[in-house]
Design a protein around this ligand. Sequence first.
Ligand code: NAI
Ligand code: MG
Length: 349
Amino acid sequence: MKTHRIAVIPGDGIGKEVVPEGLRVLDAAARRFGLGLAYEHFDWSCETYRKTGRMMPADGLDRLREFDAIFLGAVGYPGVPDHVSLWGLLIPIRRRFEQYACVRPIRLYPGLDSPLRDPAGLDLVVIRENVEGEYSEIGGRLYQGSEGELAVQESVFTRRGVDRILRHAFDLARTRRRRVTSATKSNGIIHTMPYWDERFAAIAAEYPDVSTDQFHIDILTAHFVLRPGRFDVVVGSNLFGDILSDLGAAVAGTIGIAPSANINPERKHPSMFEPVHGSAPDIAGKGVANPIAQILSGAMMLEHLGHGDAARAIEQAVESALGDRRLHTPDMGGRATTAELGAAIAGAL
Ligand code: NAI
Ligand code: MG
């Protein structure tokens, strides 16, 4: 039996509450399917930043390199600016390990209410470009503090970066309902987005068996609310994919159930698995965060590590727990705690 080495980074806020539940369910899956999972815990977080001036040690990325996967909660806490916490940990991990494909599945679960009147058929995957686009440190500020102060931020869209994320989306669509929707904004953003559209058309031509359409991001958000069932795979830039994945999770019922995989498809480096949501300081410390996003991120990790059967068993355990309203956390309209729901899912396994 191969033992998979997993780096565990709970991070901040509810990350520290949902990661233990994620591990509890992974352990239950490991027992049932005879998997070897060896965890190493890292306390890298905003707390670490306040003590040391760094989110992670200078050699942090080198230490992560040897792992088979990274299991992360969330980072960010009031008192440390959000760009410091994200750019000090999460974004360097995604970039150094070329985790360019961010995969964010969203679907309806029986027993969980959507805020929509008609969410029928909602079952989609947002594919977010994860290492370039709008999230770039190219730019700067001038004349700070004066009347004439200004800020400039450049977006970066490379042929290599755009083509590979588009191909990832089309490849995935071939395993699903064979439909890819592109999120664009080529009416307003006149250089990068027409380029994105051009590459989308070029890559689509390589996949004649997959049907395509594209929408400007503004109306696409409206379609997510009004007709979510029409989408299969939705591919977008770093920013658009980020926005669509929170929106998609919300229309499915709560952001507390949405998992995410940051994949290095070439498997040259470890991939990272984390919920879509952040550290939720507004509910942190109360023990009421929904652990399902973290638990399903664990399922995506097992799938990536070659244990699709264990991943599906976790999804089934989540479904069976959601069928019992007494196990719903407050974001789902219930009164259960993080640990009660986590334990029930582990038990169902
Ligand atoms: P958030 O996702 O942390 O919270 C948004 C809202 O959703 C809050 O009302 C929160 O209580 C609720 N929520 C989130 N996850 C939940 C769960 N599992 N169960 C129940 N309710 C849940 O986003 P926000 O407030 O914009 O950011 C808070 C902090 O997290 C910031 O510092 C931000 O930079 C950071 N962040 C970190 C991310 C990461 O580590 N990947 C991603 C997004 C935000
Ligand atoms: Mg986000």
